[in-house]
Design a protein around this ligand. Sequence first.
Ligand code: S3P
Length: 458
Amino acid sequence: MVGGRALGLTGRNPVTHLATSPMTARRAGPCKGRVSVPGDKSISHRALILGALTVGKTRISGLLEGEDVINTAKVMRALGARVERTGEGLWQIDGVGVGGFAQPCNPLDFGNSGTGCRLVIGAVAGCPITATFDGDASLRKRPMTRVLDPLERMGARTLHVAEGGRLPVSLQGARDIIPIIYEPPAASAQLKSAVLLCGLAAAGETTVVEAEATRDHTERMLRHFGAEVRVEPSGRHGRRITLVGQPELVPADVVVPADPSSAAFPLVAALIVPGSAIVIEGVMTNPLRTGLFTTLREMGADIALLNARTDGGEDVADLHVQFSALRGVEVPAPRAPTMIDEYPILAVAAAFAHGTTIMRGLKELRVKESDRLAATADMLGGNGVEVEIAGDDLIVHGRGRVGGGGMVASHMDHRIAMSALVMGLAAEKPVAVDDIGFIATSFPGFPDMMRSLGADLA
Ligand code: S3P
């Protein structure tokens, strides 16, 4: 076995955690070459959690070995599953079965990860145990009541929740889960998934009715592990998802495709740095994740999907991207769930475009790893870009060039840090980021991968 310790299975070193690591991106030559990006974060979390809820051995390949996912692996161990790393990106889990989590001895620490935390809250709610959930300063600012409300309707009890509905939270799971029909108040795959994972333990059908379809990895993977899940259209943009409770989950191999949300960074770098041409290999093209590709193409981006194929139940393709003259567009609100994590990097592309880009309906961005709406506007505004927030819309007035020269506050948010560094590769003056430490939550190796394409990051 390859040592899990080296990967931080014992947690982030508190010393390095406290130290900040700044980085500066400068203009250099074009981005050229072929790269691959790490495994999808959403699928990686779900593979570990469903593997842990299945009796028998689940093998995962291509797992994202970023801090967020490693925290979920540690938590699955603390809840009684056997979790082993057998090679690079290769993991095996011996699960405990639906409803079979053991009472953890210590609070469960999810670090920076809202997805890990909210999904596991759902899974724990379906087990007759009590657990405390906690995270870092960023996660402690994020709303948890939204996930606790439906779980209480299903029979779980919140024993403690910090002021404002935040972490730390203590939850007592239920022995008899009540199946419910639930309409999430926000377009959130995390909320949907928490309810479905709790519904696994229910004697009956749990239904989630989404007004707007969100990423469907939980539904797909539940089926992959043998659960019965029905999905029907609902309204103009929504879906009605029904899970038959108490399934006999069967261990399944999971192949994790490359994360389109991580691919977004080299992709936009190639679009804005003159003369660039790159290939990003094996990127997942699930239509509920590719709103960014659609939007960039509307802006005039030259993105070709080559070798389209299916890998581990998901569509994947190699992305061929070339420097492109971009123009401003309006991005409709209903598209937001399919690109919710991509607005900071889209805003960078919009700054290099000619004309105004209006991104509508971004309320959910306020409750990400940072207030991403404000952090994105500050990132651009501090580097000479004309930008406004109007209600829940972000408006970027692109001039085809960005002055740069600013110091960007990353606010413990990996996507703000990576977006700012990409902006610096094409800005007139260097762009600095106060702390790149949180990039390791989703994209360890990001600076080296970008350097392999010719980026000047120091
Ligand atoms: C995720 C769902 C999204 C997204 C997050 C990953 C998931 O959050 O922002 O990075 O894996 O379910 P919301 O469900 O809160 O929109």
